[in-house]
Design a protein around this ligand. Structure first.
Ligand code: HAM
Length: 423
């Protein structure tokens, strides 16, 4: 029987981001949001929980996410709710609900945890962070190019550009896919003996996903399968050609991958993924595409949409490998206080310094101790200076200042001189 004084552990696949890791996260978040604002994207903040129906109707009933990965529960009103497995559905739901899609163009981004009950492994978690971006109201391939250019700029700024490659495909329109689907099913039906169980099931539900199979024994079969490209209409073909031309013009390299079909049902026309070989099996850092059709599917008027989401943990794993993040020192100044009066005066002085010296990182010793033990903590904090306040300093209206990273001597200063020093 479990003892009730045993410590409680985190849920499998759900991780803490510890203080020593958070500077790297903050660094990535800062760069990403700077790039987003340089393209005039605005933040939208969305609920973490939505009605289950929203995900079923958008991601698709026969996708892995909806079939086996959602955290779904009945709340106290017996409404079926789900922890969001992704952000596209919620973002579109919000825009439709608030009438943002009437004759308007939007460039939006969101950031936060998503939840999928997958088998945890390196780069795959049950709670993970996504930075997602969605645009609405723009039909042409220029916006497709823009979202790709924006990601390319992020990789450059984050210093991981050499580590990621762009894969590109088009899925055509729903009508084009239907014709193709039939051809594909006919083709696979002639080779039922080679298909694995998963693919046999997908033959009925989502045959395009068979192209995505990693099963070695099926690669030859997949290689020889009919290609969607041959079934594209004029409009889809032109859209894709123009996108590819723009990327060529701007020097963005890509690989055309006609097996890139994505695991969510809402895509049509452009789809893309940024992949790396440095993270083992979970190498997709960022993925997305166009999903015009979803807007009507969720009750809106016909419109246009394209977006992507990047997995922050995967991005951070890659950045960790490169170890190229300039981590700022956490503490500039450490304040040592000994004696009751010095403790009071120190608090007052600390507030004054924070008022007067913009950006100052000042840590006040609040755990007592002798001069010696407080000095040890000051040194360990990485601070440039220790400010020392004892009864003597307080009675003279002064502060002792000890440079911690040079051999300079300790000196006495007035409070104003300390401000001058730190400015
Ligand atoms: P997705 O491909 O399901 O697309 O996820 C996007 C990215 O989220 C993946 O490429 C990966 O980096 C990260 N990711 C997904 N699952 C996990 C996991 N279990 N653990 C860690 N990272 C994970 C979407 O979610 C779409 N909503 C993207 C989109 C936005 N399409 C259009 N707009």
């Amino acid at each position: 029987m479990a003892k009730n004084n045993q410590s409680v552990q985190a849920i499998r696949g759900m991780h803490d981001i510890l203080p020593e890791q958070s500077p790297r996260w903050q660094y990535a978040e800062k760069i990403i949001t700077e790039v987003l604002s340089s393209y005039c994207y605005k933040e939208i903040r969305l609920p973490i929980v939505e009605k289950t129906e929203l995900f079923k109707r958008s991601i698709g009933e026969v996708t892995d996410i909806v079939e086996k990965e959602m955290y779904t529960f009945d709340d106290r009103n017996n409404d079926s709710l789900t922890l969001r497995p992704e952000g596209t559905a919620g973002c579109l739901r919000a825009c439709l609900e608030h009438g943002l899609l009437y004759n308007q163009v939007h460039r939006l981004w969101y950031y936060g945890p998503m939840f999928r009950h997958e088998r945890p492994q390196k780069g795959r978690y049950r709670q993970f962070y996504q930075l997602g971006l969605e645009t609405y109201g723009m039909p042409g391939p220029d916006i497709d190019a823009e979202v790709i250019l924006l990601t390319d700029r992020m990789w450059n700024k984050l210093g991981i550009r050499d580590k990621v490659k762009l894969e590109l495909n088009t899925l055509g329109t729903t009508a084009e896919r239907l014709v193709y689907r039939e051809k594909l099913v006919n083709y696979f039906k002639q080779h039922l003996d080679i298909l694995d169980d998963d693919s046999l099931r997908r033959l009925e539900t989502n045959p395009l996903r068979i192209l995505d199979s990693k099963n070695k024994d099926m690669q030859q079969l997949i290689q020889n399968a009919p290609e969607l490209m041959a079934y594209l209409g004029e409009d889809s073909r032109k859209h894709f050609e123009l996108l590819v031309q723009t990327l060529d013009d701007l020097g963005i390299e890509y690989t055309l991958n006609n097996r890139l079909v994505r695991g969510l049902d809402y895509y049509g026309k452009t789809v893309f993924e940024w992949v790396t070989e440095d993270l083992g099996a979970q190498g997709t850092i960022c993925a997305g595409g166009r999903y015009d059709g979803l807007i009507e599917q969720l009750g809106g008027k016909a419109n246009y949409a394209i977006g992507f989401a990047m997995g922050m943990e995967r991005l951070l794993l890659l950045m960790e490998q490169l170890d190229n993040v300039p981590i700022e020192q956490g503490v500039d100044v450490y304040m040592i206080r000994v004696g009751t009066e010095a403790e009071k005066e120190g608090m007052r002085l600390a507030e004054k310094l924070r008022n007067e010296v913009p950006g100052l990182k000042l840590q006040v010793n609040c755990s007592g101790g002798s001069y010696k033990s407080q000095f040890k903590k000051a040194d360990k904090s990485g601070a440039e200076f220790a400010l020392i306040l004892g009864e003597d300093e307080v009675s003279r209206g002064e502060v002792s200042v000890k440079p911690l990273r040079t051999d300079q001597d300790q000196t006495n200063m007035t409070q104003n001189e300390v401000i001058e020093l730190l400015l």
